[in-house]
Design a protein around this ligand. Structure first.
Ligand code: MGD
Ligand code: MGD
Ligand code: SF4
Ligand code: MO
Length: 706
């Protein structure tokens, strides 16, 4: 026997969630033999979460898609035939060119998932193809409402200062539970390190999470009443003169108007709406204002209702009024290590952009106020179903399990069945991929080259993700786009992936090529605080716009206001008679990323089945046992999850987990209708007027024992 091949250790970065943990990839003879956290990475210093730890299980899972497949028989037949990449690309190219010629490029839509390595490449390919219709379930419902709102209010996107030397003295966690979720735009371990310095904690969450238990003030808000709560806190900050008067006078616009506006939103007004007592609201506002530096850690819970943008606006003003902006340990603006992504958006003329579904109505999502313009999902699905305002005939899905993460899964299913042509690129077969005509095998994170800048948008740490192994015939999504663009002779999006990566690095502040960055693993850029002192804020007034001139210009309210969610005990009492409980969904699970990872035995053994949190008194009234299956039903449909008793949750509230399907159950459905929270949610109007956001939380439900 010959000597064992030497092990090579390559630096990379985990992208199994929004990502960012530096890794050391041990490769022997073309096989990944070990994955460890990189002790040198400033984002995780050697640690990995449960999902990162099982990287090898993901890469070598026997159910991975390893070659392209063409469906045999009717949509959803569950029968597939192996085809070559050439056959698959030829067929996709021919069908798309046909649809484009007959109905116009806008009849081809593209979908993707949250924060993936290739997210911007999906819209880039759409732009090359000439269609404005790309979408992502996180665009109107997650993170981008925060980004777009802040770009208009602050001229930049603030992130928590977790990579500097000064820990925060106070953290306000609002609708965000980063002990379980790898947070948006940050990395999990920086968030944990900030807690080690024992900051004072305020938590706004309907569930009694570990953070809520640790908090000095826990505000157990009624799901969907966050806007009322934030407005009442603004009322206290201003009424009790707790704001930073000097900062407000020098660096904000519209303080007088805001002060007059929030005068009506007293804690006593908010108490019956939010189910939080007025003294607690006062205590939270005082603690946040009087402890510095303070930061706001906000999550997607505030973006899952149709008044998402005004909620985000109201919250964003808390750090602004208290002067916690671009200061050590506060909310900071990043150093922009990466250049602008070559999105090819200029290829869409104004007429084509105007055809973006929903753009005209939702100007922060797809119109002139948008950072990365996206189509409105309910409008897109309607175009698939009804051909109105024009037909959408093809859907190309690159990394999204549409049936599990879009609201109202039954309606989504009905819409997808109307398509002429559907393609799905994924790591595994999913209930969504089963509806496709062609399925493409995508490379997982250890199998591809990319760069990532973190914190997202602000990017003062830039890392290289590098290809360490090849699995079957898998290709990265980026490579698939290039291959398809060449096959279709688009004349755009045809240059090699590495050229684009090099250009992004050259246009940013890093000063390295991709190959050079790969060898280093990551670069951390030097940080400067209070950058606004040099050049003001990038808003029309040069200040933080408490009163937003940009919102006003776009035809939206310039000051945040309160609005009741459309399906609540107060706004829909007739519905509440039949469905008396307030339902919220989500609540991240540390072992899975959205609908992913249910195949990985080492994760699944820690968490076999979906759980819905419920108060024992409510459960008792319906004969539901702790750990027993319970039905959860809304006007849209019914699912079952296992009851998880909690004394901490309000007896009027239930929380159902999202993303559940069962890869071990028979194809083509894999149990997707059993426990999927989005059978319960709503994608009908009203939508957020600026962003088009639909309702994933703050709904009405009833429960019963199975
Ligand atoms: N391990 C893991 N990490 C993840 C993900 C994952 O699935 N798994 N998903 C990723 C994604 S896409 C995102 S957006 C982030 C999300 O991460 P988070 O923002 O932390 O999202 P959730 O855990 O769904 O919800 C946060 C908290 O909001 C509470 N909540 C529910 N309804 C309301 C409400 O109406 N108001 C308020 N104030 N709170 C409410 C929930 O009880 C929960 O504790 O995590 C990312 N990271
Ligand atoms: N009810 C309810 N619904 C929700 C939420 C909620 O809290 N409650 N959260 C919402 C939020 S915040 C978000 S961001 C969305 C998330 O929604 P998505 O990000 O779309 O998440 P998934 O649907 O799980 O899609 C991930 C799919 O991509 C595949 N995949 C993983 N890596 C790759 C890759 O590199 N390439 C390709 N081609 N495929 C890959 C996975 O196998 C999986 O099938 O869900 C939203 N839906
Ligand atoms: S937190 Fe995210 S990036 Fe870090 S190890 Fe876990 S899955 Fe990977
Ligand atoms: Mo998200």
């Amino acid at each position: 026997m010959g000597a064992a091949a030497p092990t090579v250790v390559l630096k990379s970065v985990c992208r199994a969630c929004h990502g960012g943990c530096g890794t050391l990839m041990h490769v022997q003879d073309g096989r990944l033999v070990k994955v460890r956290g990189d002790p040198e990475s400033p984002l995780n210093r050697g640690r990995l979460c449960p999902i990162g730890t099982v990287a090898r299980d993901l890469v070598y899972h026997p159910d991975r898609l390893k070659h392209p497949m063409r469906r045999l028989g009717a949509r959803g037949s569950g029968r597939w035939q192996r085809v070559s990449w050439d056959e698959a690309l030829d067929e996709i190219s021919a069908r798309l060119l046909e649809i484009r010629a007959q109905y116009g490029p806008e009849a081809i839509a593209l979908g993707t998932g949250t924060g993936r390595h290739h997210i911007r490449w999906v819209s880039r390919f759409g732009n090359a193809l000439g269609t404005p219709n790309w979408c992502e379930p996180g665009f109107a419902q997650c993170f981008h409402p925060r980004v777009n709102t802040c770009l208009l209010t602050f001229g930049d996107f603030p992130v928590c200062d977790f990579t500097g030397d000064t820990p925060p003295k106070c953290i306000l966690y609002w609708g965000h539970n980063p002990l379980d979720s790898g947070p948006d735009g940050e990395t999990r371990f920086n968030v944990r390190d900030a807690l080690d310095a024992n900051p004072r904690l305020i938590v706004v969450d309907p569930r009694e999470t570990e953070l809520a238990r640790r908090a000095e003030v826990w505000l157990r808000v009624r799901p969907g009443a966050d806007d009322a709560l934030a407005l009442a806190m603004l009322n206290v900050l201003i009424g009790e003169r707790l704001y930073d008067a000097q900062f407000v006078a020098r660096w904000t616009h519209g303080f007088e108007a805001l002060a007059a506006h929030v005068g009506r939103y007293t804690p006593e007004w908010a108490e019956p709406i939010t189910w939080v007592s007025a003294p607690k609201i006062r205590a939270a506002a005082r603690l946040f204002a009087q402890t510095k530096p303070a930061m706001l850690e906000w999550g997607c819970a505030i973006e899952h209702t149709p008044k998402c943008i005004q909620t985000v606006r109201a919250l964003s003003l808390l750090p602004a009024l208290t002067g916690n902006i671009d200061v050590p340990g506060g909310w900071v603006f990043g150093m922009k290590g990466l250049g602008r992504f070559p999105s090819l958006i200029e290829n869409l003329g104004p007429e084509v952009s105007a055809k973006r579904l929903g753009a005209e109505r939702f100007r922060l999502l797809g119109g002139e106020g948008a950072d990365l313009p996206a189509a409105h999902i309910p409008t897109l699905l309607q175009a698939m179903r009804e051909g109105k305002p024009y037909p959408v005939k093809a859907f190309l899905v690159f990394g999204n399990n549409t049936l599990t993460t879009y609201a109202n899964s039954r309606l989504v299913h009905e819409s997808l069945l109307k398509l002429d042509f559907m393609v799905c690129a994924d790591l595994f077969m999913t209930p969504t991929a089963e509806l496709a005509d062609i399925v493409l095998p995508a490379a997982a994170w250890p199998e591809l080259d990319q760069i990532v800048g973190l914190p997202t948008i602000a990017a003062n740490v830039v890392l290289a993700q590098q290809k360490t192994v090849q699995i079957g015939e898998c290709k990265s999504d980026e490579e698939i786009f290039v291959a398809l663009a060449r096959r279709m002779k688009l004349g755009l999006c045809e240059e090699p992936v590495k050229e684009v990566l090099d250009r992004q690095l050259a246009d940013g502040g890093v000063g390295l090529t991709f190959d050079e960055l790969k060898r280093k693993g990551f670069v951390k850029l030097p940080f400067r605080y209070r950058k606004y002192e040099e050049r003001g804020f990038r808003t029309p007034t040069g200040r933080i716009e408490l009163y937003s001139t940009r919102f006003e210009q776009l035809g939206y309210a310039p000051l945040p206001y309160y609005e009741e969610p459309p399906e609540s005990p107060f706004s829909a009492p007739e519905v509440a008679r039949e469905f008396p409980l307030v339902l919220t969904t989500g609540g991240r699970i540390p072992f899975f990323f959205n609908s992913e990872h249910r195949q990985l035995a080492n994760l699944r053994k820690a968490y076999r089945e979906p759980r819905a949190e419920i108060h024992p008194d409510t459960a008792a009234r319906h004969g539901i046992a702790d750990g027993g299956w319970m039905w959860i039903e809304t006007r849209r449909g019914r699912i079952r999850q296992r009851a998880k008793f909690s004394q901490g949750i309000d007896a009027r509230v239930v929380n159902a987990e999202h993303g559940w399907w069962f890869p071990e159950e028979p194809a083509p459905e894999y149990g997707v209708w059993k426990s999927n929270a989005n059978v319960l949610t709503d994608n009908g109007p009203p939508y957020d007027p600026a962003m088009g956001t639909y309702q994933l939380r703050a709904l009405l439900c009833r429960v019963s024992a199975v």
